[in-house]
Design a protein. Sequence first.
Length: 122
Amino acid sequence: MDIYQFNKEVGKKVEKFNSDFIMSHIIQTQKPSRIGCMYLEKNGIIGYHEAVVPQLLLVVNGEGKVRGEKEEFVHVKNGDAVFWEKGEWHETRTDTGLTAIVIESKELNPASCMPLAEKKRI
């Protein structure tokens, strides 16, 4: 499990076309991808399961904790992106609620667009 960051602080200012915003790139794929949004309520859980393809979980609201195959949970919050390889067992939990975008594809390389968080590889 790797944890990356896509918050405003790691983005780049865009001024092209008279624009004024910050862009945090997340992923670029050549193969088909499935993108969804998950809403976990208070005490919500995405149960312990095996990733059938590489998965990237982008926390956009709230906070929670994630784990890979080790039983050690790591705190995540908005702006964190959690990456699991195909075949990696994992789980996500929240006490207060969490909203996340999930990207699944046979080809995901988040390191090509996002910096690794201080937590790095877990």
